[in-house]
Design a binder for this molecule. Sequence first.
Ligand code: PEP
Length: 257
Amino acid sequence: MTQRRPLVAGNWKMHGLRKNLSEVSAICAAVAEGIAGDAEVLICPPATLLIAAARICEGSKVALGGQHCHEEPSGPFTGDLSAEMLKDAGATYVILGHSERRSGHHEGNHSVHEKTLGALRAGLTAIVCVGETKSEREAGDALRLVGSQLIGSIPKSASSESLVIAYEPVWAIGTGLTPTPEDIAEMHHFIRVQVNDILPGQGAALRILYGGSVKPGNAAKLLLVKDVDGALVGGASLNSSEFMGIAGIYREFVRTT
Ligand code: PEP
């Protein structure tokens, strides 16, 4: 049986000033107390806070990540950040293909594929986001759409060590709406099978996160579902108590599937 270590990742999006670094300190303290059990806890703050957050997290078990990167290591790309820069600032992960980047910055699957290659080149673990819109789900097209995102976005050189998939139905992000546990289980199983086709032999150990309106009150219902290996959390990750309330479901938890 493959053991997958749960991952609870916080995506701060474009929120957070230096004064909010106290939340990072509080998360480090809670993790040190064992509140998240064996789960890995990751914070993806805005890039401006990475270096300061890295100082706070030094010596702790809390990991840091970026929210996006350019595919090239360096070059004339004003305003962009490379995976190497994120790594240099203290990140070990980077979120790629978030729906807000796919829609707001017109990032298609090919672009996500190239950025994922950039992340792997720099030695970052890529969290590649996939998920359908409300109309795609209502049209019965969710599995097909997510399948095409996976095929288009995942490079053949990725592995279950260097890649995490986050299933984030677009209609559930920041809305308070969530899929049923049955729908989540169906999609996560589908993703595992699809990724195993793309990366033969990697499916069993691949971590697949659920994201979309996860809160302390619904975390157990949404996350203690077969094939769900943690969460990508937006709004609730900005507050250390809420975030650790979510990670706290793993306190007594040992995954064996
Ligand atoms: C997200 O942005 O990745 C997300 C899941 O947001 P929220 O938890 O706020 O729905």
